[in-house]
Design a binder for this molecule. Structure first.
Ligand SMILES: Cc1cc2nc3c(=O)[nH]c(=O)nc-3n(C[C@H](O)[C@H](O)[C@H](O)COP(=O)(O)OP(=O)(O)OC[C@H]3O[C@@H](n4cnc5c(N)ncnc54)[C@H](O)[C@@H]3O)c2cc1C
Length: 447
């Protein structure tokens, strides 16, 4: 018989904090939720494991603000369809020279942000709204009484914090709190998630020459894919041939979204698995050097280029989704479905990163709406979700996860959390149509 395992212990005292709304995660969704709820008069606490906000957009260096513009055939100019909190964030990035003009991305447009400026804008807006920010604070457990979530326990260097709140919002991207609470979740396509990508910045680029050679589209043309195939024949190891390169707001710089991080045996890595997540970081950094070597040797304008930095962490597209009152289906996206309780809209294509080449399925001259119920767990009370962990089918996540939409979800969920914290509503009482009216009042232009 094996000896019983010793119990872990931490002799430091536990600190108790109270707040109206507790938000876990400072990505686009968490930031928008926190600011919206605070502006509605709630005492808001935002807990973030890093020392800065931005999540996938900054720590993962996803780097571009997708999901704002309509997709169309031909050379139509950018037509913005998504408004609300995101407009404010965009304006703040612009004021600090932290955002490019819209750049062509296939049949639509995107805008590239400076990750440092993103962090500064988030800090400034959160502080202005009076949000209590706890950086370097990792949620390790939820506090529950029966079916009701009462808050969360947080690990900090000072010791544990127990934060109690009538409403907790899981904006962790990974539905961490949903899983901790034992609520149902789904993971990708029978457990297979989209592959991670290690994004990096290439400096010393002659961007004008680069753009003259390959055109204005940030999705690289077939000629570049052909050069990648050729290089692979010359001993390079470049697993992804369809790549995206974006000029940034900084001079002489490209943001490179080109790696395809899989396991040594070729399997899809799932960042929910601690070994896979580690392997993704190690493999991601190796691939960055290989792509950078290729750019220097093959790509016009990159002859004197050098890797400025990689993302602080490998970019995680997909992990867990909650099981919500509603679920966004693939069919709803392809049909451009709208609904009276839609709290956000998206014109973004299904952009699925699995297999050798990312697959893009466009939604032309149209958009779909995401119902509030995708953020309300089917069971339990006191816990909502915001951001890419929404209740959605596998391919649907590949569209609904981008940054402009995550800002929209946060905007909506901030109102929802405030209604629960200030007016005593239960999650089951929340009406998408009522939140939609509040969003329209804030300039979301959903109608
Ligand atoms: C490789 C890649 C490329 C992408 N490209 C684009 C693109 O070009 N344009 C675009 O618009 N979108 C892109 N995306 C998608 C986009 O970046 C993300 O989906 C979006 O940022 C998600 O926002 P979020 O707020 O839902 O979650 P996240 O940004 O994931 O934020 C979650 C936050 O929660 C924190 N957190 C997690 N768990 C805990 C915990 N237990 N305790 C405390 N804090 C916690 C994390 O540190 C993080 O800051 C890309 C994503 C990836 C991975």
């Amino acid at each position: 018989m094996s000896a019983p395992l010793p119990h872990p212990s931490d002799a430091r005292p536990v600190t108790l904090l109270h707040t109206d709304v507790l938000i876990v995660g400072g990505g686009a969704a968490g930031v928008a939720t926190a600011i919206t709820a605070a502006r509605r008069g709630c005492a808001v606490t935002l807990v973030e494991k890093y020392g800065f906000c931005g999540g996938g957009a900054v720590a993962g260096l996803s780097g571009t603000l997708c999901g704002l513009y309509e997709a169309a055939e031909g050379d139509a100019p950018p037509r913005q369809l998504v408004h609300g909190f995101v407009d404010e964030f965009v304006a703040a990035l612009e004021r600090r020279q932290g955002l490019t003009e819209p750049l062509r991305y296939g049949k639509t447009y995107t805008r590239v942000h400076d990750p440092l400026v993103w962090r500064e804008v988030a800090d400034a807006l959160l502080r202005e709204a009076g949000v209590r920010i706890l950086y370097h604070a990792l949620v390790t457990e939820v506090i529950r009484e029966g079916e009701r979530t009462l808050g969360a326990q947080v690990y900090t260097k000072q010791g544990k914090l127990r934060i109690l709140a009538p409403v907790t919002v899981d904006a962790s991207g990974d539905a961490d709190l949903i899983a901790m609470a034992g609520l149902p979740d789904t993971i990708g396509d029978h457990g297979r998630v989209q592959n991670p990508t290690m994004i990096f910045k290439l400096s010393g680029v002659d961007v004008a020459r680069f753009s003259r050679t390959y055109g204005a589209d940030t999705i690289m043309p077939p000629a570049v894919s052909a050069m990648i195939a050729e290089a692979n024949g010359q001993g390079y190891r470049l697993p992804r041939s369809k790549i995206w390169l974006f000029p940034t707001p900084r001079p002489d710089e490209l943001l490179c979204n080109c790696t395809r991080v899989t396991g040594a045996d070729g399997r899809e890595l799932n960042p929910l698995n601690y070994q896979d997540f580690t392997e993704a970081e190690l493999e991601g950094r190796l691939q960055v050097r290989e792509y950078a070597r290729f750019f220097k040797a093959y790509i016009a304008g990159c002859e004197a280029s050098w890797v400025n930095d990689t993302a602080p962490q490998v970019g995680v597209r997909q992990t867990r989704q909650l099981v919500g009152r509603d679920t966004l289906s693939n069919a709803a996206i392809l049909a451009g479905r709208k609904s009276a309780d839609g709290i956000a809209r998206s014109p973004w294509p299904i952009e699925l990163h699995s297999g050798e080449r990312p697959k893009v399925e466009w939604l032309l001259n149209d958009f779909y709406e995401i119902p509030l119920g995708c953020f309300i767990p089917r069971q339990g009370e006191g816990l909502l979700a915001a951001g890419r962990c929404l209740s959605a089918e596998h391919e649907a996540v590949a569209s609904a996860r981008v940054t402009a939409q995550c800002f929209s979800y946060g905007h909506a969920l901030g109102h929802a959390a405030a209604l629960m914290a200030r007016e005593g509503l239960d999650a089951g009482d929340l009406q998408g149509s009522a939140i939609r009216a509040l969003l329209n009042r804030d300039g979301a232009r959903l109608d």
